[in-house]
Design a protein around this ligand. Structure first.
Ligand code: ADP
Ligand code: MG
Length: 370
């Protein structure tokens, strides 16, 4: 059997690597001839909206999934007419629009930061009055890694932020959340409605980019709430595959920030840190195989390599370290790989991490009994 993946980045690459042992082969569709998943899977080079490529993909594979959520909705809709697609195109469409996403959370009784749709400067001024400042102005579509966002600290920031982002309307204004931490849940559902959940992960971002993740998050009191929220989304969307939801923790409560209808950067630790990786489980869900155990193996820290890979011998010299080079040419700020450290207890994990965590993140190490 063969799985088609729209998009050939690192997520597709890690999906392909997880697919082989299951007896699945992959074909990735990507416009770039050097898409990094093409190093480990068959690459179909072509545009995401080229009907000939889509029909070729649909003929070659048994099911289709996605490497990123900004796959054109028309692409997902076109594919689903010919072949099973997971997650469902509706999940993609909602996740492509921050307003639709937050409205879905609200409809499902999932708490979010305050938000308002903004299409004009007058609406932005009105939204800032209702939400209060500080607030964050975001593009509703195509934002990732903190791109397309402006922080409004004071009224004087309103017009400059509008000038910066007005070319990318529609926009959304969100109240700035003075969060204690950021966490995410990775949830799975298959076609029969079986679900599985990885434990909450603590995520540390800088300038809107995920720098490292710690699993399991030690605040286990939030786990039930996160599972309940994720279950509501899975059920509402008749979801198949892996779904990630990012939350802010504020005053000990979860506020949903956004969701990703795909395998997620905050789940890379599951390759070594869980009985079944998020990549394998996404494929199991999509192909109707029984879901694998989401039990953790000790505790894990996953550190993103931005711009360039971490020094290989240095990382590999640390006990239970696992190195993942995505085979992408280095470029400032680009996610080119990650490494995961595993340990049987948080204290040991912290000790191993301390020597490898970039200096600017030293203050993000939690005391192990926190
Ligand atoms: N309303 C907010 N309050 C506080 N911080 C925020 C808010 N929205 C975003 N951020 C910060 O910016 C990061 C990236 O924003 P996010 O909305 O998740 O967009 P992206 O799609 O780029 O990941 C978040 O992980 C968080 O650290
Ligand atoms: Mg995010």
């Amino acid at each position: 059997m063969r799985v088609g993946i729209v998009g050939g980045g690192q997520l597709a690459r890690m999906l392909a690597l997880a697919a082989y042992p299951l007896g699945l082969r992959c074909t990735v569709l990507d416009p770039a001839p050097d898409a990094c998943a093409g190093q480990v899977a068959e690459l179909l080079q072509g545009a995401y909206d080229d009907p000939a490529c889509l029909s070729q993909l649909a003929q070659r594979v048994d099911r289709v999934t996605f490497d990123f959520e900004n796959v054109p909705a028309s692409t997902a809709r076109a594919l689903v007419r010919h072949i099973p697609v997971f997650p469902p195109p509706l999940a993609l469409e909602i996740a492509q629009d921050r307003l639709a996403e937050k409205n879905l959370f609200r409809e499902l009784g999932i708490a979010t930061p305050p938000f308002s749709a903004v299409d004009t400067l007058a609406e932005l001024q009105a939204a800032a009055d209702t939400t209060g400042l500080p607030a964050i102005l975001k593009t509703r579509r195509f934002g990732y890694d903190g791109k397309g966002q402006r922080l409004l600290k004071a009224a004087a920031d309103i017009t400059p932020a509008w000038d910066d982002l007005a070319g990318d309307i529609p926009l959304i204004l969100e109240g700035f959340v003075p969060f204690e931490q950021e966490v995410s849940i990775l949830a799975l559902q298959d076609a029969q409605g079986h679900t599985a959940f990885y434990p909450l992960v603590r995520n540390i971002h800088r300038q809107g980019v995920l720098r490292w993740s710690h699993a399991p998050c030690q605040d286990s009191g939030l786990q039930e709430q996160a599972r309940d929220y994720a279950t509501r989304v899975l059920q509402r969307l008749d979801y198949i595959g892996l779904l990630a939801i990012e939350f802010f923790v504020v005053n000990g409560r979860l506020l949903a920030n956004e969701m990703a209808p795909r395998v997620h950067n905050s789940g890379h630790w599951t390759i070594e840190g869980a009985a079944t990786s998020q990549f394998e489980n996404h494929l199991r869900a999509g192909f109707g195989f029984p879901l694998g155990s989401t039990d953790t193996i000790g505790c894990s820290a996953m550190v993103n390599c931005l711009g360039e890979m971490a020094d290989r011998p240095t990382v590999l010299a640390v006990a239970d370290a696992h190195y993942h080079d995505y085979g992408k040419p280095p470029r400032p700020g680009r996610k080119v790989g990650h490494f995961t450290l595993r340990a049987s207890d948080p204290l040991t994990l912290n000790q191993r991490l301390a020597s490898l965590l970039p200096e600017d993140l030293a203050d993000t190490l939690l005391p192990p009994d926190d």
